[in-house]
Design a protein around this ligand. Structure first.
Ligand code: NAD
Length: 341
């Protein structure tokens, strides 16, 4: 039987475990690590700081101190097998988040995506097997649905990947399934849809749409939409993603293990609607954003037109209940963002 997140949290507090979070200096990994530290778990973060930040590590150190939890940072690379072996030894659970993200980046630099996401993940899986780890939960992506036009996206119906990034995530899933068969490893893959929330990086050419737009608006610059604005996504606040990671790592339901799950809210939001949601929340702090305009540019190659998840598998097998709609998530995220400035 799977337990609710409240039950799991209580159990973790009573009986702390050792967790390795790869990519824990990044956006999603640092939020998972933060939750674990607040529940007094013993957390190690392995990160090469390629897109993650030392400030996130410092923040996690302060959370650990506050909650009297044990925290260790390993500045290392998952493409190095020895580092993976060292980091995985003595762990109870592995939350594997490290990867080179972004579809456009993978189109420009496919080899980087492959080496970090495929070779790196294989190293982590193999090291986990050698270290007899109970369970590995790894980050997959909605990009594996590729050219499938089916909506909403159901886990068992994928198309052909549209980018090197999507290929790397699909290969991860294939390895995970194979490792569960040949080595009896417990693996669970989480296909994140567009995640947003605190500590998502707004900077750089490959920044995700929500922090990039908020930054542009605050800086008094118009937002750029690629396409006609009707492209839609299932935007998912980070707290829902953390919940799924914890449920996946701890479920004891055999039917729930060695599976992949969509992680989303089952809510389609077009880019034009997203813009309005952001402006509504941001204008409480920065009234000038109401006067800015959208600039439209060409569609980007590799982007899928619509993405909407069916989340019933996670609800049924993992007892996932998303706590934050896009609007509720934005009402927590924007004040956090503004406070950082
Ligand atoms: P992020 O860039 O903030 O975090 C990734 C982290 O991995 C960074 O801290 C980076 O320094 C680290 N890293 C990269 N390569 C590494 C390597 N070779 N060795 C060690 N550390 C390495 O990105 P994120 O948004 O937090 O993404 C986390 C995971 O979720 C990734 O696997 C990503 O592909 C996946 N994902 C994210 C989204 C999203 O919307 N953010 C959607 C789908 C999938």
């Amino acid at each position: 039987m799977s337990n609710s997140i409240q039950d799991v949290t209580t159990q973790l507090l009573m009986s702390p475990k050792r967790w390795l979070v790869t990519g824990g200096a990044g956006f999603i990994g640092s939020n998972i690590a933060e939750f674990l530290l607040t529940t007094k778990q013993d957390v190690t973060v392995l990160d090469n700081l390629s897109s993650g930040h030392i400030e996130n590590v410092n923040f996690l150190e302060s959370v650990a101190k506050k909650h009297n939890a044990s925290f260790k940072f390993v500045h290392g690379d998952i493409t190095d097998y020895k580092t993976c072996l060292m980091a995985t030894s003595n762990m109870d659970y592995i939350s594997h988040q490290a990867a080179v993200g972004s579809v456009p980046r993978s189109i420009e630099r496919p080899l980087d995506s492959h080496i970090n996401n495929v070779d790196g993940t294989l190293n982590i899986f193999l090291a986990a097997k050698e270290s007899n780890i109970k369970r590995i939960v790894y980050a997959s992506s909605s990009s594996v649905y590729g050219d499938s036009l089916e909506l909403p996206k159901q886990e068992n119906k994928i198309g052909t990947p549209l980018s090197p990034y999507a290929i790397t995530k699909l290969i991860n899933e294939i390895y995970a399934k194979n490792f569960s068969q040949i080595y009896q490893m417990d693996t669970i893959g989480l296909r994140y849809f567009n995640v947003f929330g605190p500590r998502q990086d707004p900077n750089g050419a490959y920044a995700a749409v929500i922090p990039r737009w908020i930054k542009s608006l605050v800086d008094n610059k118009p937002v750029v939409i690629f396409g006609d604005g009707e492209t839609s996504r299932d935007f998912c606040f980070i707290k829902n993603v953390v919940q799924m990671n914890i449920l996946a790592a701890t479920t004891e339901d055999q039917k729930a293990i060695n599976q992949v799950y969509n992680v989303a809210c089952a809510e389609a939001t077009s880019l034009k609607q997203l813009y309005q949601i952001i402006v509504t929340h941001l204008s409480d702090h920065y009234p000038h954003v109401k006067n800015l305009d959208i600039t439209y540019e060409d569609f980007r190659s590799g982007d899928i037109r619509h993405s909407l998840a069916d989340i019933s598998k996670a609800e049924e097998l993992l007892k996932y209940k998303h706590t934050h709609t896009i609007s509720k998530g934005m009402s927590e995220y924007i004040p956090w963002y503004v406070k950082q400035l």
